[in-house]
Design a protein around this ligand. Structure first.
Ligand code: CTP
Ligand code: MG
Length: 229
């Protein structure tokens, strides 16, 4: 079998401050989770798509996606992102060779991005979308003043999708203790701790995350120019 894809959409979106969970917020005419579901399901090699929903919102998530995308399962998430990923992994068919995890908060994901990350699994145990840091980095000191400039050579910003060979990611989650499930912020971080080699894949197209209200205008403008469905 091919890849199983998981969209983690169970967060509340506290920093966005909308009246509904972040994944359901509409941008450019569609809920964030729907943009992601359309892109992931259109990618070659993705055979099953699981959506991890805010607990109790499964029906609303199904309605947000509509019937254009075939979903294997919609399951309730956990208290942290990694607990939500674990719920998604548990709901995938057991025979997938690869597992790809994507944040509902990144609606600019494209089928090509998914395919590029999955293609790396022919050579590596894991691969993630990421981009080299472009800004000059400053560490803040006392009173909001600059304390130092950090050399940005070799620094990348981690994004999603993140993909792993299925047996590797299943083992990572089986081994993880409750502290790691509460504190790890992405799957690549869990992989590094175990010495799993993870490739960086520059998607070469914008893939911003919706975090605060100002991000909505940016994503709205970018999605206005994107035609994937
Ligand atoms: N996520 C999840 N389950 C959680 C927390 C987060 O599935 N318990 C998902 C979010 O839905 C999002 C992704 O993980 O797609 C990245 O998290 P983030 O951008 O931090 O989203 P939220 O946690 O919803 O936002 P905030 O931290 O502002 O509350
Ligand atoms: Mg969060």
């Amino acid at each position: 079998m091919g890849a199983g894809a998981i969209i983690v959409a169970a967060g509340s979106g506290e920093r966005l401050g909308a009246s509904l969970p972040k994944a359901m917020v509409r941008v450019a005419g569609r809920p964030l989770v729907a943009w992601c579901a359309i892109a992931l399901s259109a990618a070659r090699g993705v055979d099953a798509l699981v959506i991890v929903s805010p607990p109790g919102e499964e029906k609303a998530i199904a309605a947000a996606i509509g019937d254009v995308v075939r979903v294997h399962a919609i399951v309730p998430g956990g208290a942290t992102r990694q607990r939500s990923v674990a719920a998604g992994i548990a709901a995938l068919p057991t025979d997938v060779d690869a597992i790809l995890v994507h944040d509902a908060a990144r609606p600019l994901v494209t089928p090509a991005m998914v395919e590029c990350v999955l293609a790396e699994l022919a050579v590596h145990d894991g691969a993630i979308a990421a981009a080299p840091v472009a800004d000059t980095l400053k560490r803040e000191g006392a009173g909001g003043m600059i304390a130092e400039t950090i050399d940005r050579v070799g620094l990348w910003g981690a994004q999603t999708p993140q993909a792993f060979r299925a047996e590797v990611i299943r083992r990572m989650f089986a081994e993880a203790d409750p502290i790691e499930m509460d504190t790890a912020t992405d799957c690549a971080g869990m992989a590094e701790r175990r010495g799993v080699r993870v490739a960086l894949v520059n998607p070469q197209s914008p893939n911003p995350k919706v975090t605060v209200p100002a991000d909505l205008a940016l994503v709205e403008a970018l999605l206005g120019g994107l035609r994937i469905a």
